[in-house]
Design a protein around this ligand. Structure first.
Ligand SMILES: N[C@@H](CCC[C@H](N)C(=O)O)C(=O)O
Length: 361
């Protein structure tokens, strides 16, 4: 479109078409916005104001209030993101490939995750440059602003996000540096993502837990008293800490559990110096498990990928299940395999984009 020097140009007030949102670099989405009554577009240094009367005004930068949403967008007060979920465990994905510093702070992330006052999510994930020869680095902030080492559902979303912003089609695998070390997701032909989640850590002090090792240095089917009730727990780290329980001495509890009440008591238990994620599990068969989760820093979520991996490890170690299982989470099933050959855990499941947008930060 030619911009005339005159103040009014007769063109229809159609916004530029966003033919393929993902094929653009997200950073360049700043050239578009959609207001309700009046729209402004930037072309070079000039700004076009499109009003309902089908005219376009060329206005200079000085005439635009610096407090407006559109100006904030240009001065760095707006974050572009894509919202994804893996079985209802939902994340705000940020294209941070141009910097090794997250584009927003932990406090801003907590605000964005708020389901009433923000975008709403279980966490914010940053796609950053790789280190030590890896393709990318993934960092994540929980919805309370804390930073965990790893996120299983998040890494599947991360892989799909990278494929979209890099315009990759078909089967693809990436090496990703995380707080839990190297993680390797592979997008399958059917769009599901299979992730090599690495080797589970069982040594009590590395999980970390203050519970004393009862099988060598591992804590397996040990007693943990929570709020006066005795639970059997197995402690596993998938880079982040997990406390897996198949119930109290009285038996399984998954369906009757008051999660918001009991969850925080596990999370903040003195035996877990870095807090913990807790999985409450019921064995349906030797290859079919069902779980509910209370996540450290995020509360009750619909799914937890690292948690599903941890509970299969716990179920195998407690002699309750085979190494290859379907795990039913509130948001849907994950396929988990703890391979004997390499001791690695493999997780397969979906990841879906929901919407993209811009948020004031
Ligand atoms: N939902 C995640 C785990 C996210 C991190 C967790 N809340 C923690 O603090 O360790 C998953 O899918 O693994």
């Amino acid at each position: 479109m030619e911009i005339a020097a005159a103040s009014t140009v007769s063109v229809a007030p159609q916004p530029p078409r966003l033919t393929n949102a993902f094929s653009r670099k997200l950073s360049s989405v700043s050239s578009l916005s959609f207001g309700s009554v009046e729209r402004k577009y930037c072309l070079g240094n000039a700004k076009l104001r499109v009003s309902a009367s089908s005219s376009v005004d060329v206005v200079t930068a000085e005439k635009i209030s610096p407090a407006s949403f559109l100006d904030k967008r240009e001065t760095g007060g707006v974050l572009h993101f894509v919202k994804y979920h893996g079985l209802g465990n939902d994340f705000i994905l940020v294209d941070n490939r141009d910097s090794s510093e997250p584009k927003i702070t932990q406090e801003q992330a907590a605000k964005l995750c708020d389901r009433n006052f923000g975008v709403g999510a279980d966490g914010v994930i940053f796609a950053m440059p790789g280190v030590n020869g890896t393709d990318y680095t993934m960092r994540i902030f929980n919805s309370d602003g804390s930073e965990p080492e790893m996120c299983g559902n998040g890494v599947r979303c991360f892989a799909r996000f990278i494929a979209e912003i890099e315009n990759l089609q078909g089967k693809h695998s990436f090496t990703i540096h995380t707080g839990a070390g190297l993680i390797v997701p592979e997008i399958q032909d059917d769009g599901q993502v299979k992730v090599d989640m690495g080797i589970p850590v069982l040594k009590a002090q590395d999980v970390p837990t203050k519970l004393p090792g009862n099988k060598g240095e591992a804590v397996i089917q040990a007693e943990l008293v929570v709020d006066g009730v005795s639970w059997n727990v197995t402690c596993v780290s998938m880079g982040n800490p997990h406390c897996v329980t198949f119930g109290t001495k009285g038996g399984p509890v998954v369906d009757v559990l008051n999660l918001p009440e009991i969850g925080p008591k596990f999370e903040h238990h003195e035996m877990f110096p870095a807090r913990t994620n807790t999985e409450f599990v019921e064995v349906l068969s030797r290859c079919h498990l069902k779980m509910r989760v209370w996540e450290r820093g995020a509360g009750a979520t619909l799914a937890c990928g690292t948690g599903a991996c941890a509970l299969v490890v716990a179920a195998v170690l407690e002699g309750r299940a085979n190494r290859k299982c379907t795990v039913d989470l509130p948001g849907g099933p994950l396929e988990i395999e703890w391979k004997q050959e390499d001791n690695h855990i493999y997780m397969t499941g979906p990841a879906e984009a929901v919407f993209y947008g811009s948020a004031l930060v």
